[in-house]
Design a protein around this ligand. Structure first.
Ligand code: UDP
Length: 459
């Protein structure tokens, strides 16, 4: 551990939305800043801070603010709308107080890196005279869809068979984010997602956890409008380099992982023989969908490691463990990067949260996409048709991916002709991901440029 005070060149305060898929990339970005001599402090809510721990060797400080729900977090709010509105009212004050407190310390704040979900944080940064840096944890392509709707450039409701947006391939309506093709089902989310772009023109920097080659056209289009820089993938280099021994403490887990059980189970399996399955930290698939995935896995006869969060376990078929025996391991959480980096993994059946997609792409793991909502259908489109590192499992008219489809897709990716092409592409994208973040790569240079601006600001 580095105990000597470091001669920090600047201080960035990073403020993710309090959820796993937002904290992970922003924390990893903080680590990159630290490695380049910038002091980084992560801000989270008082409630969440009770269950998280930042590894002291990361040199990242943790500060807390109130979101108005110190005892129970989001679960304490009447609704998600209530949570977001209260967070804005209380957080505007508590975040401002925190910046004032830090400005009186040895390390005044130069920049507030705030999650796109908190556009009000821009006003806090503006008032206190620090750089306003918005961080998007979703890909640029998805951001551009929301931006076009927010500015009225894409008339709603969507009509016609396809949607045309600059920098993106033509999207079928069902390939747009679910809040866009079905806004009435998610009114609160719709507003929050569009509001991300309400004041983007005032941001000093717009950072996105993607990399240039992944979304070249849309990145170039957006970079003409804002100082947009791609800084991803924020996957720690130790995984990209397969040097995972000795440092497994790479992030913050909001759920308790069962890492040793997963890894010892994977050790006993042949190379590229296991399907890793996860629907991430938020999605609650329908019971029917979980059962179809379960029986599809059994039918495929592949080994599988399936993350089913504690609260979702009852959705598994009753006799599933007996029916599948040695073939499968179900855990309630794992260190996903460690699992994806393991040579026994042959494919990832994923809900296509952007972090999961980026992690699989960076580690060269082929995917079977089973998107559920939000940006996931758009990410799945890119997996299948743009990066070509996987296939999308087609749902039926009720929106359920049936067991036969799960089986077929797994066979295609693990054993079929198509699998050969997909694995070649997965290897290619793994190399490109590493190039982007390695010294002198596009994302690395963008981070250097950002750091230079932070330092410049301190002079
Ligand atoms: N994750 C994990 N262990 C698990 C499942 C997920 O560490 O068992 C991590 C995963 O590596 C990713 C994040 O949780 O970084 C999930 O983010 P994503 O954007 O994929 O999905 P979300 O949870 O936001 O829907």
């Amino acid at each position: 551990m580095d105990k000597e005070p470091r001669p920090w060149s600047a201080h960035a305060l990073a403020f993710p939305y309090p959820a796993q898929g937002h904290i992970n990339p922003i924390l990893q970005f903080c680590k990159r800043l630290v490695s380049k001599g910038v002091k980084a402090t992560l801000v989270t809510t008082r409630f969440l801070s009770k269950s998280i721990h930042v590894d002291p060797s990361s040199n990242i400080d943790l500060e807390t603010i109130s979101d108005g729900f110190d005892e129970g977090g989001q679960a304490q709010a009447e609704s998600w709308e209530d949570y977001i509105a209260t967070f804005k009212a209380v957080g505007s004050e508590t975040l401002g107080n925190l910046i004032n407190k830090l400005n009186d310390s040895d390390h005044p704040v130069n920049a507030l890196i705030y999650d796109g979900s908190f556009p009000w944080a821009l006003d806090v940064a503006k008032q206190l005279g620090v750089l306003k840096v918005v961080f998007f944890t979703q890909p640029c392509s998805v951001c551009n869809v929301y931006y076009h709707v927010q500015r009225g450039l894409l008339p709603m409701p969507l009509s016609g068979p396809v949607v045309s947006i600059p920098g993106l391939p033509l999207l079928k309506v069902s390939e747009t984010p679910s809040m866009i093709y079905d806004p009435s089902s998610y009114p609160a989310f719709y507003d929050v997602l569009l509001d991300q772009f309400i004041n983007i023109d005032e941001a000093d920097w717009v950072l996105d956890n993607s990399f240039h080659k992944m979304e070249e056209e849309v990145v170039d289009w957006m970079a003409k409008r804002w100082r947009l820089r791609t800084i991803g993938p924020t996957v720690p280099s130790m995984y990209l380099d397969k040097r995972i021994e000795g440092d497994r403490n790479y992030g913050i887990n909001l759920f308790k992982p069962n890492s040793s059980a997963c890894i010892s189970w994977l050790q006993s399996k042949p190379i590229a023989s296991v399907v890793y399955v996860s629907f991430g930290s938020v999605v609650e698939p329908r019971v029917e969908q979980m059962r179809e995935v379960a029986w599809g896995l059994k039918r495929s006869n592949c080994y599988f490691l399936w993350v089913v969060r504690e609260a979702e376990l009852s959705k598994l078929p009753e006799n599933f463990a007996e029916e599948t025996g040695e073939k499968g391991l179900v855990v309630t959480w794992c260190s996903q990067l460690e699992v994806l980096a393991h040579e026994a993994i042959g494919c990832f059946l994923t809900h296509c949260g952007f972090n999961s997609v980026l992690e699989a792409l960076s580690l060269g793991v082929p995917m079977v996409a089973v998107p559920q909502w939000s940006d996931q259908p758009t990410n799945a489109k890119y997996v299948e048709d743009v990066w070509k590192t996987g296939i999308r499992a087609k749902p039926d008219e009720e929106g359920i991916v049936r067991r036969e489809v799960v089986e077929l897709c797994l066979r295609e990716v693990m054993e079929g002709e198509k699998g050969i092409e997909i694995r070649d592409n997965a290897r290619k994208w793994k190399k490109l991901s590493k190039e982007a973040i390695d010294e002198g790569g596009t994302s690395d240079k963008n981070i250097d440029e950002f750091v230079a601006a932070l330092i410049g600001q301190t002079i």
